[in-house]
Design a protein around this ligand. Structure first.
Ligand code: AKG
Length: 289
């Protein structure tokens, strides 16, 4: 269970390292699953088998030959990743940080920056990129499958930024920032009066292999290129609280999988969105949904 001072740190900064949640044997199994799924590729899955929603290189053409693999809903093709959705410590911690007792999976994202060629994650906030759910999902878990540090492209976060509202348009003006030497220099933004933290001071957030890091969906975050000889693999899991509803007017890669009318609760969105906590109880794989 998270300690009270960890919860306080999360609410002040908008992010928190929650400590170790996976053994090295568990990490190795997940890494092998990443290799297996990437080797099959988006076109290689048998027609009737469940497969990830998306396998793509996130790098834009400005970055040339760089690579940043994103697999959305790797859990649909991998029992080991599916089990991770129900990790009791992670689910309970998300519920505590989001102050809820109902949690449904929004989607997962395997994020892989290969050695030397791994591309940038530009500065962004998550919630503005998720326009088909309201209210926004408050907290995500990011679990490192390698030691992530400043050399191989660990995430950077801006303390207090989760209290500054939707600033995605400002962050889009910072998309030229790619190298680790630039990542601490976000310029041209003044936090709103009355915010508890009123300076823009991005910090690097190293996460050890097997540890979980939590971030709020309005926290400014990003990760520079990987210039080391080591891979940087991680799995992000994004959740929805019980009050999340479907917004039919928005666009998102998960939208074709939502079988709801506008305004209906996302907890009933269908089998691509498993329930992981009900009435404060962490669910188990196979529990009736
Ligand atoms: O792993 C990364 O570089 C980015 C992760 C991210 O943006 C997220 O988990 O919300």
């Amino acid at each position: 269970m998270l300690a009270a001072n960890q919860v306080e740190t999360f609410h002040r900064n908008g992010f928190l390292n929650g400590g170790s949640v996976l053994s090295i044997a568990e990490v190795e199994k997940l890494r092998a699953e990443v290799d297996r799924v990437l080797a099959i590729g988006s076109k290689g899955f048998e027609r009737r088998k469940r497969k990830p929603v998306l396998i793509t290189n996130l790098v834009d053409s400005a970055e040339g030959s760089r690579i940043f693999w994103q697999i959305v809903n790797i859990w649909e093709a991998s029992e080991s990743f599916r089990r991770l959705l129900y990790h009791p410590f992670i689910v309970a911690a998300i519920a505590r940080l989001a102050n809820t007792d109902e949690l449904t999976i929004w989607h997962d994202q395997l994020l892989y920056k290969p050695p030397r060629t791994g591309g940038v994650t530009c500065w962004h906030q998550d919630a503005p990129l998720w326009p088909i759910i309201r209210p926004m999902t408050p907290v995500s878990a990011w679990i490192a499958l390698d030691d992530a540090d400043v050399d191989n492209g660990c995430m950077w976060m801006t303390p207090g930024s989760h209290t500054w509202g939707n600033q995605i348009e400002f962050l889009r003006t910072q998309s030229h920032i790619r190298q680790v030497s630039e990542f601490g220099r976000l310029e041209g933004f003044t936090p709103p009066p009355g915010a508890r933290i009123r300076t823009v001071t991005p910090v690097s957030c190293p996460v050890k292999c097997g540890e979980v890091s939590f971030h709020h969906s309005l926290t400014w975050h990003g990760a520079p290129v990987n210039f080391s000889d080591r891979p940087r693999r991680a799995i992000a899991i994004h959740y929805m609280t019980g009050d999340a509803r479907f917004v039919a007017s928005g666009h998102h890669v998960m939208k074709p999988y939502v079988s709801l009318q506008d305004g209906e609760p996302m907890s009933r969105a269908g089998s691509n969105f498993p329930r992981v906590m009900e009435a404060g109880k962490v669910m188990r794989i196979g529990d009736r949904q």
